[in-house]
Structures are given as C-alpha cells and as structure tokens.
Design a protein around this ligand. Structure first.
Ligand SMILES: Nc1nc2c(ncn2[C@@H]2O[C@H](COP(=O)(O)OP(=O)(O)OP(=O)(O)O)[C@@H](O)[C@H]2O)c(=O)[nH]1
Ligand SMILES: C=C(OP(=O)(O)O)C(=O)O
Length: 212
C-alpha cells in the first residue's frame, strides 16, 4: 500500500511558541521550517509514501517544501489544525478517492524513512490507526485506509481522543524517530540525540541549548 501523507504547517511566524525558552522570536520561524523540511524530505524518501501534501498558507514554507517535492494545499483560513488536515485529505481524495491517507506532524526532525515505513506497514491492518508521540499524550501520525474518513482529533490529549474515536493505537516497536516531535527545548535535545536532518542540524548548531 502506498500512502499519501498530509502534513500541516502553520504560519511560521506563529510556530513553535513552546520553544521560546530555547529559540528567540528571530530564530523560531526558521527552526520550524527546518523541522518541516527534514520531516518532508524523510517522508518523501520513504518507500511506503507515494506523495506528500503540505497544507499551509505560509508562502515561504510552501516554496521551500514544494522545492523538496511536496504538493501544496492552501489552508482553510481560521480553521485550525484538524480542519486543515481534513481539508488536505479531502483535497487529495477529490482526485484520488481510493487513496490511503495519513496525517503526519511537521515537527519530526529526526524522522527516519525506514521507521516511518514500519509504522505505515502496521497501519495497513486497520481502517484507522494512530501513533502516540514520545510523551505518550499526543499523536504524531493518524492513518485512514481507503473508504475511511481521517477524522483528525489532534490537540490536547489527542492520544486518548484518537483511541476514543475508534482508531487503533499502533506500537510497531523501534520507531522513536516517528514519535519524537519537537515542541519544547527538552524535545529538541531528545531529537538531537536521535540525530536530526541537515536542515535542523544547520539551524540548531547556532542555538545555545541549555544542558547541551
Ligand atoms: N496548516 C495548519 N497547520 C497547523 C495549524 N495549527 C497547527 N498546525 C501544524 O500542526 C502541527 C502541530 O501544531 P501545534 O503543536 O499546535 O503548533 P506548533 O507551532 O507546532 O507549536 P506551538 O506554537 O508551541 O503550539 C505543526 O506541524 C503545526 O505547524 C493550522 O491551523 N493550520
Ligand atoms: C497537535 C498535537 O501535537 P503537539 O504536541 O505539537 O501540540 C497532538 O499531539 O495532537
């Protein structure tokens, strides 16, 4: 099964507010973009991924992610994350109704194609399935097989919300790079320890990260 990934990217100027203790206002937009670039590049290198649709209204993010090979879907103004994901999935399926689609957060800078392939392979067994984040509270990937709505419920306590919605929680073994999203300085240190992609490495090298 070849998946279309729907990757949401909010306007970079508003992104990663929880990283304020590690990266100041002048750095955070570029860091959020670097996370997205490394996430999308690794996703496009994954053999189980047919293509990536980035949902964004940010012109710079759209330009840079399209240059990596992603398709760009304009965001629905004011709709929020779940509306963006549902819109992205609907846009993909308008032209390819039988596409299996998976939402993937844009803040996985350590993402490994082989580990993503392992998660997507596990997801093929279920109508809807999701992967909890490293913190065990949120979600980094939500998958929907052909004929099933994505029905995203990202946000606070999304692991519990996705489970309550009937999506099956995946636990496919060693997939740390698919779980390790970066919201805080502590997350960034964990991702750096896993090994991040070149875009994030270049920006992070200029940060003085406490405890590094
Ligand atoms: N297209 C789109 N993407 C969004 C929206 N809200 C969040 N995202 C993306 O969804 C993922 C998770 O977002 P959040 O954790 O809510 O926001 P963040 O910028 O990562 O971090 P914080 O500002 O600290 O909350 C990131 O890839 C965001 O860029 C939205 O309204 N539209
Ligand atoms: C939106 C989510 O991620 P974050 O932790 O980045 O808010 C989520 O886990 O559902």
């Amino acid at each position: 099964m070849q998946w279309t990934l729907v990757v949401p990217v909010k306007p970079l100027a508003r992104a990663k507010s929880r990283l304020a203790d590690t990266a100041d206002d002048g750095v955070r937009p570029g860091l959020a973009l670097a996370f997205a670039q490394d996430t999308v590049a690794a996703a496009l290198a994954c053999p189980a991924v047919a293509d990536v649709a980035v949902v964004t209204d940010d012109a710079r993010a759209g330009r840079e992610l399209a240059a990596l090979g992603a398709g760009i879907v304009p965001d629905e103004p004011g709709g929020g994350l779940n509306a963006a994901l549902a819109h992205g999935a609907a846009t993909v399926r308008a032209s390819r109704p039988e596409s299996p689609v998976a939402a993937l957060n844009a803040d996985l800078p350590a993402l490994r194609p082989a580990e993503l392939a392992r998660v997507l392979s596990a997801a093929t067994q279920f109508p809807r399935a999701f992967l909890p984040d490293a913190a065990g509270i949120g979600t980094t990937l939500l998958a929907a097989a052909p004929g099933h709505e994505l029905a995203p419920a990202f946000g606070t306590d999304s692991r519990a919300r996705h489970r309550a919605s009937g999506a099956v929680e995946l636990s496919p073994g060693a997939v740390d790079s698919v779980r390790q999203d970066v919201d805080t300085g502590a997350d960034l240190r964990l991702a750096l320890a896993l090994g991040v992609g070149p875009h994030t490495a270049a920006v992070a090298a200029r940060l003085l990260i406490p405890g590094q």
